[in-house]
Design a protein around this ligand. Structure first.
Ligand code: Y39
Ligand code: FE
Ligand code: FE
Ligand code: FE
Length: 230
């Protein structure tokens, strides 16, 4: 029998589902929380984009509240300690770059990598989500495209001076995303989200973003390969 892409039935009230959801829901809540503070910090460096960045930060705060409601709706308690640990490597790299005034690295981490990760996760989640979470996630994912676009536009406008730093930041941070995907694989599968689908969607969004910014297909192939060694 061929393997079904989507299970016929998901029991959102089972202990198995709720246990996996307590970690994935926490990851999303923590991600939205950190995205909010990352955009507020970016607004302090990119002072000419301050208002737009504060608007993006507000959206992230709204997303966080939406996902907290999804957890309450399924009567789970998000495991926030687990989620903090999950994001710690990317979070540390963002904070180090911020302290060094490396805005290009900060944008690559938040607006390209984390946003592409969010877009992949939310697109794969929507068809298998409970009806309440589906509605929330459909609203959220539209905003994430705007966030990715912000990073693309800024980096495209500054491509010549940003190129080298982007390559180094990609090399340092793409393997971390791969480790995160491996870590979340088993819980994601319980929610009927396949790792292969997440990887595919992530690489499409991230690769398209690199292309829009100005990288050649050859550059993108080379840069994408850094994920594989994680
Ligand atoms: O910009 C944003 O809103 C991003 C913070 C949110 C990150 C979401 C990360 C989702 C990973 C979930 C993995 C589930 C399989
Ligand atoms: Fe968000
Ligand atoms: Fe976002
Ligand atoms: Fe598989």
């Amino acid at each position: 029998m061929p393997e079904l892409a989507v299970p016929l039935e998901l029991d959102f009230t089972s202990e198995t589902y709720k246990s996996a959801y307590s970690r994935i829901n926490a990851i999303v809540i923590e991600g939205e929380y950190e995205a909010n503070s990352n955009y507020i910090q970016l607004a302090d460096i990119l002072t000419d984009k301050k208002e737009e960045l504060h608007r993006l930060a507000k959206m992230e705060n709204r997303h966080m509240k939406g996902f907290q409601a999804c957890g309450r709706n399924l009567q789970i308690t998000p495991d926030m300690d687990y989620a903090k640990e999950f994001f710690s490597s990317l979070h540390n790299n963002f904070q180090i770059a911020y302290a060094e005034g490396k805005v290009v690295t900060c944008l690559l981490i938040q607006s390209l990598i984390i946003e592409a990760f969010a877009i992949a996760a939310y697109n794969i989640y929507i068809p298998v989500a409970d009806p309440f979470a589906r509605k929330i996630t459909e609203g959220v994912v539209k905003d994430e495209y705007l966030h990715l676009n912000f990073g693309e536009e800024w980096l495209k406008a500054n491509f010549e001076t940003a190129k080298e730093e982007l390559e180094a930041a990609n090399r340092a941070n793409l393997p971390i995303v791969w480790r995160m995907l491996n870590q979340v694989e088993d819980d994601a599968r319980v929610l009927a989200m396949e790792k292969e689908a997440l990887v595919e969607d992530f690489m499409i969004s991230y690769g398209e973003a690199l292309s829009n910014i100005g990288f050649s297909t050859r550059d993108i192939m080379r840069m994408s390969a850094y994920g594989l060694t994680a």
